[in-house]
Design a protein around this ligand. Structure first.
Ligand SMILES: *Cc1c(COP(=O)(O)O)cnc(C)c1O
Length: 439
């Protein structure tokens, strides 16, 4: 399968090149040239299949031409060694939570990060490629998922850049305590400074001549496409309950990688009636749905901070998928937006009334369904992270303390190692040249 750039000004490339490069040379995002429609039969048989079995079939549809079946199956089984249960919200006969937080760092990004790490690892081994250095800027969750997903993968060195004092203690522990091929860089600046350092590095001629650099955020096809897997599994679980007609799926969205993967699943034939993109106060996409005009602006901090994005990188993939037709986009995707106060009220009232504990992102997903589900529809919202990852917000919303899962406790015990750096590019560059593997 070939991959083209959304800007259409760069040559088509192989899967391997799309994964190793990340971004296309014309600054577009790579898209698969064809999206296979799965046979009707598939949707009957998956009702009784496991998550890993379903994901293996979907992975073949994406990557089967480019990777050996056995290898692909191994990658899927290694990546998805945890459950993604569809959980009813008590007292609600029509709203279900798809819990995506049972992986190593308790957030959905574990799926894409681990899959990408393994795929990149295979390419490096097979083709005798030199070592690859991953650069990732994080405001918290991406760094932990990428660091844990790439931990111990041969031939890949990961540099996680995070803003000093601006990530939560639990998040910081998740990428500073690992060691091995993971280097944590504590930047004396903001998240935007971290992102600027990474972007500048990708454009720096000398660095790219000496080091092979790639990114691991959701612009990378190997990180974003695997997120389609759990939409199919959600459908299978709903079908088992006899609840798969008129499905509406609400996705708490930031960079829009997660929901775009769902739209791919729909294009492959998954019977979802429509999607809802939930925004927090960063409502650029919501405004686009209403007006047809896309006006990016700087992000603002909110309680659902993984959705604080002012110019979602995967928006261009959505435009491309719907041939830039606003009507076609709004036929498939509805929108909603919630303030910090809405988030707190939702966490509080859902907990009091049903006993179900939402995290701030899932709260936007739940509230989106509550607001727009019609009679006869079944709603699934994606619970993108475990509530204990946002301890302060959740505990103060419900006015009581909550237990911390063992997996998070383990991280808290670890010893932190990170290298402090100023936000100037020259010193960052010098660090990369001295501490990363050359071509
Ligand atoms: C990254 C993230 C999101 C947003 O996902 P996108 O793919 O960027 O839209 C939502 N919730 C949580 C917990 C996240 O970590």
């Amino acid at each position: 399968m070939k991959y083209y750039s959304t800007n259409k000004k760069a040559p088509k490339v192989s899967l391997q090149e799309a994964v190793v490069k990340g971004l296309a040379p014309d600054n577009g995002l790579y898209m698969p040239e064809t999206i296979c429609r799965l046979p009707d039969d598939f949707f009957y048989t998956i009702i009784n299949a496991s998550f890993q079995e379903i994901a293996t079939e979907v992975a073949y549809a994406f990557f089967g031409e480019d990777i050996e079946a056995k290898t692909l199956k191994d990658i899927v089984y290694d990546t998805l060694n945890f459950d993604v249960p569809l959980v009813p919200v008590k007292g609600e006969s029509t709203i279900y939570s798809l819990e995506l937080f049972h992986g190593p760092t308790l957030a959905f990004k574990d799926v894409g990060a681990r899959f990408m790490a393994r795929l990149l690892g295979c390419f490096i081994q097979d083709e005798g490629q030199g070592a690859v250095n991953v650069l990732v800027a994080t405001s918290g969750d991406t760094g932990s998922a990428v660091a844990n997903g790439f931990l111990g993968v041969d031939g890949i060195h990961v540099n996680v850049l995070y803003p000093k004092g601006l990530v939560s203690e639990i998040q910081e522990k998740q990428f500073t305590t690992l060691g091995q091929n993971i280097t944590a860089l504590e930047i004396d600046g903001t998240f935007d400074d971290c992102q600027r350092l990474v972007k500048t590095a990708f454009l720096d001629e000398e660095l790219n001549r000496k080091l092979k650099l790639t990114s691991a955020n959701s612009i990378n096809v190997a990180r974003f496409l695997p997120q389609a897997f759990y939409y199919f599994y959600a459908y299978a679980q709903a079908a088992r309950l006899g609840k798969a007609e008129n499905l509406v799926v609400c996705v708490p969205s930031g960079n829009f990688g997660n929901i775009t993967a769902g739209l791919f699943a729909k294009r492959m034939g998954l019977p979802v009636k429509r999607f809802i993109a939930a925004n927090n106060k960063n409502d650029v996409f919501y405004n686009y749905l209403q007006t047809g005009k896309y006006v990016p602006r700087p992000s603002e901090a909110s309680l659902a901070n993984a959705m604080d994005v002012g110019n979602p990188s995967n928006f261009v993939r959505i435009l491309d998928l719907y041939s830039h037709n606003h009507q076609a986009v709004t036929d498939d995707i509805g929108g909603c937006r919630f303030s910090d106060q809405d988030i707190v009220t939702t966490i509080q009232s859902v907990y009091n009334e049903t006993g179900y504990l939402l995290d701030p992102h899932g709260a936007c997903g739940y509230a989106g369904l509550r607001e727009s589900l019609h009679d006869g529809e079944i709603g699934i919202f994606l619970e993108t992270a475990h509530p204990a990852k946002f301890l302060q917000t959740v505990e103060s919303s419900i006015n009581q303390s909550i237990p911390i899962p063992d997996k998070l406790r383990e991280f808290i015990k670890g010893e932190q190692h990170s290298t402090p750096l100023p936000k100037t590019f020259e010193l960052f560059k010098e660090f990369l040249l001295n501490n990363n593997k050359n071509r």
